[in-house]
Structures are given as C-alpha cells and as structure tokens.
Design a protein around this ligand. Structure first.
Ligand code: PLP
Length: 368
C-alpha cells in the first residue's frame, strides 16, 4: 500500500522520524542514573510503548488514567505509574484487581484517599505502590498549571508518613509535575531556571522524608519540555516524557531536539475562491489548542489553517507558487498529539512513502 492509497482523514506516523525520536531520548538516558518513564497517554498504543522500552534508558511507563493502565498491562507492560489521583470505590477496586498481577503505582495527595486505597487494597489482599504528588506550581516563578498535589515540605512529609503507616500500601516516593511551568518559558535557559527552581523543592522534600527514616525510591518529574533538564537534575530518578515520540506543534520548544512524526492526512474538497481552500478534516479529526491555537500545514509555505469546524478545515493561502486544487492531499501537524490521537482507531505507519503497518490505538477513548 502506498500513502496515496490511504483514504482521508487519516492519522499517519512517519516511522523513521518516530524511531529517531525514540533513539535520541533513549540515548540521553541510557548512561544516566535518571531514567525515562515513558508517558503512554499520548500514543495510547502499546506497540509504541514497547519500542520505547526496548530502546533502553527507560524504566516502565506511566499513564494518566486507570483504564489506559489496564490496556497497557494487558499488552504485556509491567511497571506502570498512573500519574494521577484515583478516587472512588469502583476505581480503587479496579486498581486493586490490576495490582494483583501487575506492578502498578498511583499518585496521592489526600489522607482520605490514602485510607480508601488502603481499605480496598486489604479487601483484595494486595499492596499498591504509592507516590505522594507535590504541587510545584508556585516555585518555578513563572505561570504554571497549578493542578493536583500537596505543597512540598512538611505537608508532603506527613502524607508520606501516613502511607508508610497504612496497611495495603507501599510508599515508593514523590512525584512533582513541574512540566506544566516549563511550557510557559520559551527559551531553553529560562525554562531551565524555572525547572531548577521547582525541582529544588521536590528534592528537598525527598531529603526531609528520608530524614524521617523513610526510603524514597522514586522521585518522578519532568516531561517533553524538559527531559534533558529534569533528566540531568541530581536526585530526580525518572522523567515522565511522552509526546516526544510523535511530537506536535505545542511541544516544539527551544532546545528540545525531536521531529514531528505525526500528521493527519487530509484532502482538499473545495476551493471556493482564490486563496481559500477547504480540507476534509475538522474537529472530529484534529484538535486545536486551549487558546484556539491551530494545527500547522506540513511542507507548504504560505498556507495556514484559519479555522476548524466540526468537519472542515478552512485554509488560507498567501503568495504560494502552486494553488491548492480539488483532490490535493495535505498533511497537518496536530497542535497536541494526545487529543488528536484519541479521535482515531488506528495509525497508518509509513516508511519511504509506503504503508508498512496499521497499529490499532487500543487505549483510545480510555478516559476513566
Ligand atoms: C503528570 C504528567 N507527567 C508528564 C507529562 C508529560 O507530558 P509530555 O511528554 O507531553 O510533556 C504530563 C502531561 O500532561 C503529565 O500530566
């Protein structure tokens, strides 16, 4: 099958580019004390996670959702960290069931949640690995996500003590998602400074927990925006990067040298007047950023997406040498790979212009 034989809209991986991305990040971590923990929420596809793990430099994967973890475990991946709080009886029961046959860990930031995890884990006769989640948002000194997590310092230490003294749970360490703040600093040096400012609090809290006589095996942080910063910071044991494998417009930061390997293939279905064309992919096939940021057109200078409707992309062409014509095929870089991948059943995997595989996106839609 040739790329021309794929009907549109369709999700396409440039396999050479993805393999180069995987190899380059694996190479960075291979000889470091800090390892990669591949965030599989972006590709939602076990075969890609397996490729990352085989490339070396990695210790397990993470997922954002329990249902993603269930899919990855069923595909033979052991050592999964759900980098999120899992709350409510039904989910904790599923987590406990999973923990009976898979090394699964979860983040906590609340004593009530710790008690619920403990009670249900004991009912199931299992033990669940737990990391205390720290909110590092206010410590990078630039705007940040401000999501889940307790403050670093004594609040985190008392949660760690609670986990240690609670049956059915195993305290594994700390997690801090300073990645959120990294995104807002466009220059590498500025980002590095912000990330260091935040990580200092994570590492210091780890020392405080150790001073309380508790073993801290994992200090988990980082993301695609800073894998080469957090990955070199003393005391961080693993970096949670995921988008780098496929890449998108959003993660294309200064100093992050990976290629965009993911595109949405689309066809021009109308050229209503000069300088305007309509493509057959809209919000059902490609997403935009939270501030309305648009996907980008691959390889055609002067063509931009002006607007996305549910079924259509509005393309504006300025000073292009060859006008877009009916039936032309274009490739678009998603603004964020995560939610665009979530819209498709499969990837078309391309090498040298040929379709070499179709990979089912088995964790697609796993939002529970
Ligand atoms: C907890 C956590 N860790 C890591 C990441 C890293 O993701 P990325 O590789 O896209 O930077 C995310 C992204 O949302 C996250 O929520």
């Amino acid at each position: 099958l040739d790329i021309q034989d794929i009907d549109t809209p369709a999700l396409v991986i440039d396999l050479d580019a993805m393999e180069r991305n995987i190899a380059s990040v694996a190479g960075f971590f291979r000889d470091k004390p800090c390892k990669l923990r591949f965030h599989a929420k972006f590709c939602k596809t076990p075969i890609i996670a397996h490729k990352v793990l085989r490339a070396g430099g990695a210790r397990g994967i993470c997922t954002a959702k329990l249902s993603e973890a269930e899919v990855m475990a069923s595909a033979g991946i052991d050592d999964i960290f759900v980098t999120n709080e899992i709350v409510t009886r039904l989910k904790v029961q599923r987590l406990s069931r999973l923990s009976k046959w898979c090394d699964v860990k979860v983040a906590v930031d609340n004593p009530i949640n710790i008690e619920e995890l403990s009670r249900i884990a004991q009912e199931f006769g299992t033990e669940i690995g737990v990391l205390v989640d720290l909110n590092l948002s206010q410590f990078g000194k630039i705007e940040a996500m401000n999501r889940c997590g307790v403050l670093p310092g004594k609040d985190a230490v008392s949660l760690a003590k609670k986990v240690v003294s609670t049956k059915g749970l195993k305290f594994m360490g700390l997690m801090g998602f300073e990645g959120s703040m990294a995104r807002y600093a466009n220059s590498f040096e500025k980002r590095k400074e912000a990330v260091h400012n935040a990580l200092r609090h994570l590492i210091r809290t780890g020392d405080m927990v150790r001073d309380a006589g508790i073993n801290v095996e994992m200090v988990s942080a980082g993301c695609t925006a800073n894998w080469n910063i957090a990955g070199a910071y003393p005391g961080v044991t693993e970096v949670q990067a995921g988008s780098y494998a496929l890449m998108d417009v959003f993660h294309d930061y200064d100093g992050i040298q990976v290629e965009r390997a993911l595109t949405v293939l689309s066809t021009i279905i109308s050229t209503p007047y000069q300088g305007k064309a309509i493509a057959d992919v809209g919000l059902k096939g490609i997403t935009m950023g939270p501030g309305g940021e648009m996907p980008q057109v691959k390889g055609i200078k002067g063509v931009e997406i002006e607007r996305l409707n549910v079924e259509h992309a509005h393309l504006i062409a300025r000073n292009i040498s060859k006008p877009l014509r009916l039936g032309d095929r274009i490739e678009l870089y998603p603004y964020v790979c995560d939610d665009t991948v979530n819209l498709y059943d499969k990837f078309h995997v391309i090498r040298g212009g040929k379709v070499v595989a179709e990979w089912q996106i088995v964790a697609r839609g796993k939002s529970q």
